[in-house]
Design a binder for this molecule. Structure first.
Ligand code: MV4
Length: 516
């Protein structure tokens, strides 16, 4: 078994990996940038190594510094988390060359699947349904237009290097084709350093349904059912759930088999995700493989009872799977809400700053994968995810109710969060009835504003989760005021005077050196 793992990441995902390592008796090494010297992962890990200044290129993206940190601390493996270097084939290859185990697929697999046209070729050969379109990239718009007229408009131009919606253009007619190709390839070049584009038939009214896969080094491959991730904003997922309301047991079985076929066709090893587009007629098509542990993996852990990080580590250590497909049994319903440091009232603009007060929700079936603590600072340099709130219950309706309750119990002050926006989505009729298509936010929540708004004190109004009417918001304002008096928010009054007079200590007094 592995003895020591370096975690090449930060925030909630680094902490998530540390927890499992601790349970497995594996030592952990955190790496950090200057912005993160008091980061949660530095506090939680057994050891911590400074990488460099706050810029990602000097820290979490710096391959040399991370390899050096692993060598210095004697780590035998690196867990990349998600984002940063997680899907960087050069990094995985460098680990292989330095005899450090990369907890993820082989570099060659990351590379192949990272090229969307190569991935389409592999899947097409492996019998996995792909969206009608081109299997190779093309720079001549006339050839692309030729293909478009064969498959029929509307079509979608995609970046071969891409993913995440960048360099993507829906084209409705021949007239729009040239301009769409030019702008898509220049956007792709700027975002991914490659202008390569290709064509697919555009599938309207579709859902994003992805399957979790696990593959060991001994050619065993299984799937752990799906996650429905259709609720996205600008290609950023915000709410994920499992099971998908759109799948029958038969369709789940069929798509699961296609996901396993995708794993086998690509020579996949470790945990991965096979993304499908599910059409309104229940036809499904391969989209891409994400060669990493995903942000939304906890909902699969909740319904299957399988710790995916533990499985990743066991697979990386060479152990056989030990789970047969028939042993995977999902129960109940799980939902995840992503809590970002962003302002839903101001076009989701980033909202970095200091967490002045934090109260996490709790109770049966609630899991909060949280990367912040009271008094910490949320830096502006990185992905602004604060935590992932996950609720598990017997069925979808109970899980939704639990999530609304948990969001209402969640207090984060000092920065803006989308909690009121999330509550409104979960309470909405289109969500309740499962109309979770990829255009959900645009169709139902484009110009969202909070239901009630306290013009006299907008910053307090932001933290009122239950403000359904003026009376509620007034009560919430009073509570927030009293809470401020008791906890002594530094910008409102001297630290904790009221409670000192009353004869008890506040968190701000007891935090000591943690109170930065
Ligand atoms: C599509 C599509 C419709 N037709 N491909 C967006 C990101 C990238 N991973 C694939 N995406 C899409 N590909 C065809 N042929 C619609 C989308 C899409 C989408 C997919 C998943 C989740 C949200 C989305 C939002 C808009 C468009």
């Amino acid at each position: 078994m592995l003895k020591k793992i370096l975690i090449a990441n930060r925030g909630e995902i680094a902490r998530r990996v540390i927890f499992t390592c601790r349970e497995m008796g594996i030592e952990t090494v955190a790496v950090y940038s200057d912005a993160d010297k008091a980061g949660i992962h530095v506090i939680e890990a057994d050891e911590a190594v400074r990488l460099g200044t706050s810029e990602p290129s000097e820290s979490y993206l710096n391959i040399d510094s991370i390899i050096k940190a692993a060598q210095k601390t004697g780590a035998d493996a690196i867990h990349p988390g998600y984002g940063f270097l997680a899907e960087n084939a050069d990094f995985a290859r460098r680990c292989e060359n330095e005899k450090i185990i990369f907890i993820g697929p082989p570099a060659e697999v990351i590379e192949k699947l990272g090229d969307k046209t190569v991935a389409r070729q592999i899947m097409s050969k492996g019998g996995v349904p792909v969206i009608p379109g081109m299997l190779e990239s093309e720079s001549d718009f006339k050839i692309i237009a030729q293909k478009a007229s064969e498959i029929g408009y509307p079509v979608l131009i995609k970046s071969a290097a891409g993913g995440g919606g960048k360099g993507m253009r829906v084209v409705a007619s021949f007239e729009e084709m040239e301009e769409a190709c030019v702008s898509a390839s220049s956007e792709a070049a700027a975002a991914f350093g490659s202008s390569a584009i290709y064509l697919e038939k555009y599938i309207d009214q579709s859902r994003h349904v992805e399957f979790q896969i696990l593959c060991d080094q001994h050619k065993n491959a299984i799937h752990l059912n799906e996650r429905e991730c259709s609720i996205q904003r600008r290609h950023q997922k915000i709410i994920e759930e499992t099971p998908s309301i759109a799948l029958t047991p038969e369709l789940r079985d069929e798509m699961g088999k296609a996901a396993v076929a995708a794993a086998i066709a690509s020579g996949y090893v470790n945990a991965g995700t096979v993304e499908f587009l599910l059409g309104p007629d229940n036809s499904f098509y391969f989209l891409e493989v994400n060669t990493r542990l995903q942000v939304e993996h906890p909902i699969t852990e909740m319904t299957t009872g399988i710790d995916l990080v533990r499985r990743q580590i066991m697979i990386a250590a060479g152990q056989p799977m030990g789970i047969a497909q028939e042993d995977v049994k999902a129960r109940g319903h799980a939902i995840e809400c992503r809590i970002y440091a962003e302002d839903p009232e101001n076009d989701f603009f980033p909202s970095p700053g200091t967490i002045e007060y934090l109260k996490e929700p709790s109770g049966p079936g609630i899991r909060n994968d949280c990367g912040i603590y009271q008094g910490c600072t949320v830096p502006m340099e990185y992905d602004p995810i604060l935590s992932k709130l996950v609720c598990y219950a017997e069925d979808r309706q109970s899980a939704v109710k639990k999530m609304i309750r948990a969001l209402n119990d969640y207090v984060i002050s000092g920065i803006k969060t989308p909690i009121p926006f999330l509550v409104d989505i979960l309470k909405s009729q289109p969500f309740e009835s499962g109309q979770t298509y990829t255009d959900f936010i645009n169709a139902h929540f484009k110009d969202w504003k909070p239901a009630s708004y306290n013009a006299e004190n907008p910053s307090n109004a932001n933290n009122m989760k239950n403000a359904e009417n003026k009376a509620d918001s007034d009560i919430a304002a009073c509570i927030a005021y009293i809470a401020d008096e008791l906890c002594g928010r530094p910008e409102t009054k001297a630290l904790g005077t009221a409670s000192k007079e009353a004869g008890f200590a506040t968190p701000w007094q007891t935090l000591g050196s943690w109170n930065r």
